[in-house]
Design a protein around this ligand. Structure first.
Ligand code: FES
Length: 138
C-alpha cells in the first residue's frame, strides 16, 4: 500500500533533526491523530531557505512527507516555500493511502508556521502569509 519512494524516505529520512540557531520554528499538531511535527528553518539575507530540519512525533507517512518536503524546499526562497502544498510531496511520493493524506498536510502546515515565526522575529512581510493565522487549523 506504500510506494517504494514512501518507504525510502521513511527508512532514510532526509534532514531529520534540529537547528539550534534556527531563524524560524514551526510546530503543528494534527487534529486528526494528535501527532506533532516541528520544522526548523535557516534563512539567508536574500530570503533563501538554506537549511530545513524536522522532527516528528508522527507516523511513517508524516516522516516521508516531511523528508520530501525538506528536499523540495531547501534552496528555495521564502515566497516559493510558502507555495509548497502537500500535493507536491504526494507527487514525489507517488501518493499515500487516503487515510494518510492528512499526515502530508502536517508538513505543509509546519513549514508555513516556521515561516510565520521567521516573519514575526524579523518583522518581514511575505505575500504568501497574507491572512495566515498560526492556529487556524486546530
Ligand atoms: Fe498522525 Fe500520520 S497518523 S501524522
Amino acid at each position: 500500500m506504500y510506494t517504494e519512494k514512501v518507504l525510502d524516505h521513511f527508512q532514510n529520512p532526509r534532514n531529520v533533526g534540529k537547528i539550534e540557531d534556527a531563524d524560524g520554528i514551526g510546530e503543528i499538531g494534527s487534529p486528526q491523530c494528535g501527532d506533532v511535527m516541528k520544522i526548523y528553518i535557516k534563512v539567508d539575507e536574500n530570503e533563501i531557505i538554506t537549511d530545513l530540519k524536522f522532527q516528528t512525533y508522527g507516523c511513517g507517512a508524516a516522516v516521508s512527507s516531511s523528508s520530501v518536503a525538506s528536499t523540495l524546499i531547501i534552496g528555495k526562497s521564502v515566497e516559493q516555500a510558502l507555495k509548497f502544498k502537500n500535493k507536491d510531496a504526494l507527487e514525489v511520493l507517488g501518493g499515500l493511502p487516503t487515510e494518510k493524506i492528512h499526515c502530508s498536510v502536517l508538513a505543509e502546515e509546519a513549514i508555513k508556521a516556521a515561516i510565520w515565526d521567521y516573519s514575526q522575529k524579523t518583522g518581514k512581510q511575505f505575500a504568501g502569509l497574507k491572512g495566515y493565522k498560526p492556529d487556524a487549523n486546530h
